[in-house]
Design a protein around this ligand. Structure first.
Ligand code: IFG
Length: 531
C-alpha cells in the first residue's frame, strides 16, 4: 500500500537522518518492532535482556569507534565495517578515539563483566549506539558476529538494499562453555583449494568456531609441502591423487602460511594433522624406502581404510616422521599438532605402542601439544595429549582411563558430529557407516556427558569433522556442513542450561535467509520451518 507522503512522514524521515536520533516509534506512534529479536542468535548467548525501547538504527552518520591504542581492536572494527558497508551503502568510518558521538558502534577493551574470560563479550544496544566490551580482540570479534546476526538478513547482501537497519535494544553478556570449538576439513581424499578453505573459514567464524583442523595426509593424497621429502607433494599430491583420481592438489608452505594468517585474523587456530602410523599409502607409494620390504605399493584412489602402516622397525621411518613433524611444527603457530593414529589395523598393538612411544615425544620436542584420534588413549599418552573421540557408542574404557589420568578430550562422535554422514537415505553426498544424521541428531547430545567416565571437566571441546571422500566443490562442503555445523557450534559455545531443540530450530530458520544472501548452498532439512 503506498504510504501517504504527509508532512509528518517527511519530517520523521528527515529526523531519522539526524545523527543519534533513532526513532523507535514510526509516524503512527506505535513502538517500532524490529524483525530481529535480541535472542535470535546462533550460538545462543548466555544472557540476553531485551529492551524494546532501546532499538538502535544504523544511519549514514554511524561511526565505528575502537579502543585507542589497540591495532587488534581497530582490525575488528575494519572487519565489521567491511561486513556492514556493502548492504547499507553507509560510509561507516572506523576511528580509534575516546570520544563517543551520537550513533556510534564502540568496540572497547577491558572493564567488561569478569565472567566473560578471554573469548566472551558484553553487548549493549541503546538508541544512541551500540557498545561491545571484551577483554581481548577475540571477544570483540565474537561480539561483532552477534551484532551481525542482530541486523536484518539483507545485511548479507553485497550491494545496497533500500531499508532501515534496526538492531533490537537490550543487553547481552556472553562467553563460551568450551575452549575448543572446531571444524575439520579433509584435504587428503579430495583437495580443496585455499580459496575454498577461506570461504569455509568465513562461515565458521560467524558461529564462533575457533579451531580448524586440516586433515593433510592420508592413503589417497599428501597435501602439505615438506622440503626434506619433496616427492610427497609432487607425487603424493600430484596428478591422479585423491579419491577417483581427482587430484592433483597440495598446499605449498606459502599457501599453508597464508591460510594460517587468514584464519588467525578471524580468531581461528589451524590444527594440522599428519595421520600415522596408518592412512599412509600416499607417502609409502611415493618413497619405497618407507616400506618394510622396500617396495612402493601402488597409489590408491578407492575409499578403503586400515590397510596401510609405516614400517615400525625401520629407523628411516622415524627420520621421516621427525622431518615431517619438525617442518609442520615450524610453520604452525598454533599449540596443537594432530598425529592421527586412527584405524591402524595393519599395525600390531605392540608396534603401535612402540611407534607412539617414539613419536609423541617428537611433537613435544618441536614445541607442540599432540592430538590424535581416540586410539592414542590406549598407549597411555602424556596427560597433555588430546584424544579426539570419534566413536559411535557412549562408552570407551581407554578414553575414560585417559580422562581419569587428566587427558582433555575433543568430542566428535561420528553418529552426531561427522558432517560427511548423509542426512537421510536420499542425500546424494556423504557416507552412512555411522548412520544417518539429521540436524536434530547433531544438536541433541551433550559433549559434557556423552561418554561414560568423561565428564565436562575432561572435555576440551567439540569438533565437526567433514571427510571428503564424496565431496568435490565448495557447494558440497556447504551442503553437508549447513545446517549441522551451527548445531555443533552451539554445543561448543552455549550454556547447557539453554540447550533446547525448539529454540534452536527457530533460530536456525532465521539463518536460512542469511545463507541465501551469501549463496551458502545449505540443506533445507524438513526438521526446520525455513523462512
Ligand atoms: N573413518 C576414518 C576417516 C574417514 C571417515 C569417513 C576417522 C578418524 C571414516 N577415520 O574417522 O579417515 O574415512 O567417515
Amino acid at each position: 500500500m503506498r504510504q501517504r507522503r504527509t508532512l509528518a512522514g517527511v519530517l520523521t524521515v528527515a529526523a531519522l537522518c539526524l545523527p543519534g536520533f533513532t526513532a523507535t516509534a514510526d509516524d503512527a506512534g506505535t513502538t517500532h518492532v524490529p524483525e530481529r529479536q535480541l535472542t535470535d542468535v546462533v550460538p545462543a548467548p548466555v544472557e540476553a535482556k531485551p529492551d524494546p525501547r532501546a532499538d538502535f538504527r544504523l544511519s549514514p552518520f554511524t561511526l565505528i569507534r575502537t579502543q585507542p591504542g589497540s591495532a587488534e581492536a581497530k582490525r575488528v572494527g575494519e572487519q565489521l565495517a567491511a561486513v556492514l558497508r556493502p548492504a547499507t551503502g553507509y560510509p561507516l568510518p572506523v576511528a580509534a578515539t575516546k570520544r563517543s558521538w551520537p550513533s556510534t558502534i564502540s568496540l572497547l577493551l577491558g572493564k567488561a563483566d569478569p565472567r566473560i574470560g578471554d573469548e566472551g563479550y558484553r553487548l549493549d544496544v541503546a538508541r544512541r549506539g551500540v557498545t561491545i566490551r571484551a577483554n581481548t580482540a577475540a571477544g570483540l570479534f565474537a561480539g561483532t558476529q552477534t551484532l551481525r546476526q542482530l541486523l536484518p538478513a539483507e545485511i548479507e547482501a553485497d550491494r545496497p538494499q533500500r531499508r532501515t537497519w534496526t538492531v533490537p535494544g537490550g543487553k547481552i553478556v556472553d562467553y563460551p562453555r568450551f575452549a575448543y570449538r572446531g571444524a575439520m576439513l579433509d584435504l587428503a581424499r579430495h583437495f580443496h583449494t585455499p580459496d575454498e578453505v577461506k570461504a569455509y573459514i568465513d562461515e565458521l567464524a560467524q558461529y564462533k568456531i575457533n579451531h580448524l583442523h586440516l586433515h593433510l595426509t592420508d592413503d589417497q593424497g599428501w597435501r602439505i609441502q615438506i622440503d626434506s621429502w619433496p616427492e610427497l607433494t609432487t607425487t603424493g599430491g600430484g596428478p591422479g591423487t585423491g579419491v577417483d583420481g581427482e587430484g592433483p592438489g597440495y598446499l605449498t608452505k606459502a599457501e599453508y602460511t597464508d591460510l594460517i594468517g587468514y584464519a588467525a585474523a578471524r580468531h581461528i587456530t589451524i590444527v594440522p594433522e599428519i595421520d600415522m602410523p596408518g592412512h599412509t599409502n600416499a607417502a609409502q607409494s611415493t618413497y619405497a624406502e618407507l616400506n618394510c620390504d622396500g617396495v612402493a605399493p601402488p597409489p590408491r584412489t578407492d575409499i578403503e581404510v586400515g590397510y596401510s602402516s609405516l614400517c615400525i622397525d625401520k629407523e628411516i621411518t622415524y627420520t621421516f616422521v621427525e622431518d615431517v613433524i619438525r617442518e609442520v611444527a615450524e610453520m604452525t603457530p598454533g599449540p596443537y599438532l594432530h598425529i592421527g593414529g586412527d584405524e591402524a589395523h595393519a599395525t600390531t598393538e605392540e608396534d603401535y605402542q612402540k611407534f607412539m612411544d617414539r613419536v609423541l615425544p617428537m611433537v613435544y620436542k618441536y614445541g607442540k601439544r599432540p592430538a590424535g584420534w581416540n586410539e592414542i588413549a590406549k598407549v597411555d599418552p602424556p596427560a597433555s595429549a588430546v584424544p579426539q573421540f570419534w566413536g559411535t557408542t557412549n562408552t570407551n574404557a581407554d578414553l575414560a582411563e585417559a580422562a581419569a589420568r587428566g587427558n582433555q578430550v575433543i568430542m566428535s562422535p561420528a553418529n552426531k558430529a561427522y558432517l560427511d554422514m548423509k542426512y537421510d537415505q536420499n542425500t546424494p553426498l556423504g557416507l552412512s557407516w555411522a548412520g544417518y544424521t539429521e540436524v536434530r541428531d547433531a544438536y541433541d547430545w551433550d559433549p559434557g556427558s556423552h561418554v561414560e567416565g568423561v565428564g565436562a571437566e575432561s572435555v576440551l571441546g567439540v569438533e565437526a569433522p567433514l571427510w571428503s571422500e564424496t565431496l568435490r566443490t565448495l557447494d558440497d562442503i556447504e551442503y553437508m556442513a549447513f545446517p549441522r555445523l551451527p548445531a555443533i557450534a552451539e554445543l561448543g559455545w552455549s550454556a547447557r542450561a539453554s540447550h533446547d531443540w525448539e529454540s534452536f530450530r527457530e533460530r536456525l530458520a532465521e539463518q536460512g535467509p542469511r545463507w541465501e544472501w551469501r549463496d551458502v548452498d545449505f540443506y533445507r532439512s524438513p526438521q526446520v520451518d525455513w523462512r
